[in-house]
Design a protein around this ligand. Structure first.
Ligand SMILES: [Zn+2]
Length: 427
């Protein structure tokens, strides 16, 4: 299995490697550590270590002394890119990723350019080798992070969506029990039969005051989550309720005629099907801290609590938020920045949505591969529920640590074998 994973024995074709080094003036050209020569030496040693794979050093030197990494206007880099375009090299080797660029966008563009020409990229001091699958996984994370940055720069669509949400419009997503999406896809209509079930589920929880007990009863009745059909007529079967999906149902403001957007709810266009006082009562109970023991993570606790670490300080980053008007902005803040001194940590904080979306997108991309899923022992049913939107428990079951380096904008995920966190089990 392991060996299959590694693929065929690499052929000993010649891999022409170019070493790129850079040092900015403020970093001190004469300083020994990390000097251009030191970078080159480390890179050359790495190339030598890969000799059995056919790696050889090209004769040209690409050294930018006294240039900042924030722009691509560097003579040696330009020369390197010329040689890349002319396919005079097969592999670009650097000492550290930030030698190539300090801008995430530029970096993504460069690696894209290498990729298109099938040129690999190796950073000798970081797990960043695009010739191995692990390297590729890390690479994807950076690229997608840049993608999200880009999306933030062009926030227009997002604002449009926000406006639609604030006006209470249905803007798509997975339909929920109790409603059908009208054929034009722009409105939610009450499904009377399901609405009865939804009201009963709220009642059940009100009397049981326990997610586990309610889930057991729902499973006994063989009630499932919404069965729905996509526009193309593909059937999405319902799943047996688990604690996570039940919780999502009970906390969904859609049932009292509201829509949620970024933590704030607005009056929706759809008709409510649960009495507001009942919804409030159930949600107050779900939010109550006494329930902490039953739930390994609370709704208010963030997706990456206990998982996210600051790469610079090697300390946890914990969730927090600021409120502006009736909007909430969620962040993760490095322990050092929060409890010692803000400036003591170069990472400081990161927008929660940004990093959570990045992590989810990466998991999606990485686990698309059946082999990867098998090697991490991901149960097919959990993969399916992840794809249909059951994000939170899945992320926590598969992710060991997420390290964020705010200076480089690097997010790296360490995955582990899938461990079910006891969702749906008795407790
Ligand atoms: Zn820190």
């Amino acid at each position: 299995m392991r060996d299959e994973f590694r693929g065929n024995e690499p052929k000993a074709t010649r891999v022409r490697c170019a070493v790129y080094t850079r040092k900015s003036t403020e970093e001190g050209l004469d300083q020994d550590f990390n000097s251009l020569d030191a970078q080159r030496e480390a890179a050359e040693a790495y190339i030598t270590s890969q000799k059995h794979l056919g790696w050889t050093l090209v004769s040209g030197r690409y050294d930018d002394g006294g240039f900042s990494g924030s722009s691509l206007e560097r003579p040696a880099l330009q020369k390197l890119l010329e040689d890349v375009d002319a396919r005079r090299v097969d592999c670009v080797v650097v000492y550290k990723v930030d030698r190539l660029s300090r801008s995430l966008l530029d970096f993504a563009r460069l690696v894209d350019r290498f990729d298109q020409r099938s040129i690999s990229f190796v950073s000798v001091t970081q797990q960043f080798n695009t010739t191995t699958s692990l390297g590729r996984l890390t690479l994807n994370i950076l690229l997608s992070f840049a993608q999200f940055e880009r999306e933030i720069i062009s926030e227009r669509t997002r604002d449009k969506m926000s406006a639609a949400r604030r006006k209470g419009k249905w803007i798509g997503g997975t339909p929920v029990l109790g409603y059908d999406v009208d054929p034009a896809g722009r409105r939610l209509d009450v499904n009377e039969k399901e609405a009865v079930k939804v009201r009963q589920i709220f009642e059940l929880y009100r009397t049981q005051r326990s997610l586990t007990a309610t889930v057991n009863e729902l499973n006994r009745r063989r009630w499932t989550t919404k069965v729905w059909y996509s526009k193309r007529g593909k059937e999405h079967p319902g799943n047996a309720f688990k604690k996570a999906s039940l919780r999502r149902l009970l906390t969904n403001a859609i049932y009292v005629g509201r829509v949620e957007h970024r933590g704030v709810t607005y009056p929706g266009e759809q008709q409510g099907i649960v009495k507001p006082e009942i919804w409030e009562e159930v949600n107050a109970d779900l939010r109550s801290p006494d329930r902490g023991r039953e739930r390994p993570y609370q709704r208010q606790s963030a997706m990456l609590t206990g998982i996210l670490r600051c790469g610079a300080c090697q300390k946890p980053m914990s969730p927090t938020y600021t409120a502006k008007g009736n909007r909430r902005y969620r962040y993760y803040v490095c322990h050092v920045a929060r409890h010692k001194a803000w400036n003591a940590c170069p990472t400081k904080s990161i927008s929660a949505n940004l990093i959570e979306n990045s992590v989810v997108a990466q998991l999606r991309a990485a686990l698309e591969n059946t082999q990867t899923r098998e090697s991490l022992k991901v149960p097919p049913s959990d993969w399916l529920s992840f794809q249909s939107g059951e994000i939170f428990p899945f992320v926590r079951a598969i992710t060991d640590t997420v390290t964020f380096d705010g200076v480089r904008g690097e997010v790296s995920l360490k995955l582990r074998e899938f461990t079910n966190l006891g969702d749906g089990s008795a407790c």
